[in-house]
Design a binder for this molecule. Sequence first.
Ligand code: CO
Length: 132
Amino acid sequence: MIGKLNHVAIAVPDIEKASAVYRNTLGALVSDKVPQPDHGVTTVFIELPNTKVELLEPLGDNSPIRAFLDRNPGGGIHHLCYEVDDVEEAATKLAGDGARVLGAPKIGAHGKPVIFLHPKDFCGTLVELEEA
Ligand code: CO
């Protein structure tokens, strides 16, 4: 069902500092930061030849990554995003198989439908599925 790895997301306490690490130390192509108030995060994308890394910094009081950063104050890998042909269909199948699908599909940071899957059902890793 899953296709390409779309991105690896890393939650960070300071997105400017994290961007500088990727741009200057690792020599990667780093986007400008984009506030995403609907998602409670500010994002930066790092383009690699075969995939992307997404840096996430909390935005606002109810950021969904706040608790993660409280547990991991220096930052850490937050989720993996895999591409699927049809998010709605994937969500229905996975829920039917007993997996915990977190909420209804919504439009993600790239303007495409996404859903999130509970880490306890996927080897301890929060999984995002994005429509390819
Ligand atoms: Co993501």
